[in-house]
Design a protein around this ligand. Structure first.
Ligand SMILES: [Mg+2]
Length: 124
């Protein structure tokens, strides 16, 4: 799994599944003996820490235009890294809780659609 992505990392990977990320992260932790530290609570706290790092990027900037037209490539790379940290901890948290995050997210979207039905008159 990891070898596949090491090889493919230099070019764009078409579709990355949450399951692929989950499996890669589990292998990454297992290989380093880190599983013992990856309790649900520890992963949640790590996730919150990364959300803080993500927030710092936007802090004091005022409103930011979609597409980040005025950001440097370094700023965008930093944002990509912190967004990824958040995603990776989220995936690991769901994994150690024994949940299928992809399936759960699909179910939640369906629930949200039922809760908030489309109202054709609400937008022009
Ligand atoms: Mg980070």
């Amino acid at each position: 799994m990891m070898e596949k992505y090491n090889h493919e990392c230099s070019r764009k990977v078409k579709d990355v599944s949450l399951q692929d990320l989950r499996d890669m992260l589990a292998e990454f932790a297992r290989a380093r003996g880190w599983e013992q530290y990856h309790s649900p609570r520890n992963l949640l706290l790590a996730l919150v820490g990364e959300v803080g790092e993500l927030s710092e990027i936007f802090q004091w900037k005022g409103e930011v235009a979609k597409g980040l037209p005025n950001w440097t490539s370094d700023d965008k790379e930093h944002l990509e890294e912190e967004l990824s940290d958040v995603l990776l901890y989220l995936v690991q948290l769901a994994d150690v809780c024994g949940l299928d995050l992809g399936q759960a997210a699909l179910t939640k979207i369906v629930k949200n659609a039922q809760k908030y039905p489309v109202n054709p008159t609400s937008h022009a």
